[in-house]
Write a protein that binds this ligand. Structure first.
Ligand code: AMP
Ligand code: ZN
Length: 115
């Protein structure tokens, strides 16, 4: 675990977070600066810098993270109205934390295309 990684430190319990889900491969927390009424981050327990770095043996993890996102959307009551699952990748993608994560955003209409 990289000791300077924000999300690794949250997963390890070294930094506080509002956790909404946890299992052997995924941890979900509420985003500290929510951009929508529901804004949850699905984090891989394993440190992987981004989806660009996901190797063959970790591919199932991406499906798992999306499935947990759908489950939490239902739990949050936003599934019927619709929501967005987003991965920001790299500088142009707007990624600010280099640890694999999916944003679950919902509770309001979303614009397209994103900015
Ligand atoms: P990204 O820009 O896609 O890398 O997403 C990183 C997200 O992490 C941003 O939406 C931040 O608001 C969020 N964030 C940063 N620090 C924390 C924290 N300590 N707890 C929860 N979310 C955080
Ligand atoms: Zn990490």
């Amino acid at each position: 675990m990289p000791s300077d990684c924000l999300f690794c430190r949250i997963i390890a319990g070294e930094l506080p977070a509002s956790q909404v889900f946890s299992d052997e491969s995924v941890v979900a927390i509420r985003d500290i600066a929510p951009r929508a009424p529901t804004h949850i981050l699905l984090l891989s327990r394993k440190h992987i810098a981004s989806v660009s770095q996901v190797g063959e043996k970790d591919r199932d993890l991406i499906g798992k993270m999306c499935a947990v996102g759908a489950e939490l959307a239902a739990r949050e009551g936003i599934a019927e109205g619709g929501y967005r699952l987003v991965m920001n990748v790299g500088r142009n993608g707007g990624q600010t934390v280099d640890h694999l994560h999916v944003h679950l955003l919902g509770g309001r209409p979303m614009a397209w295309p994103p900015g």
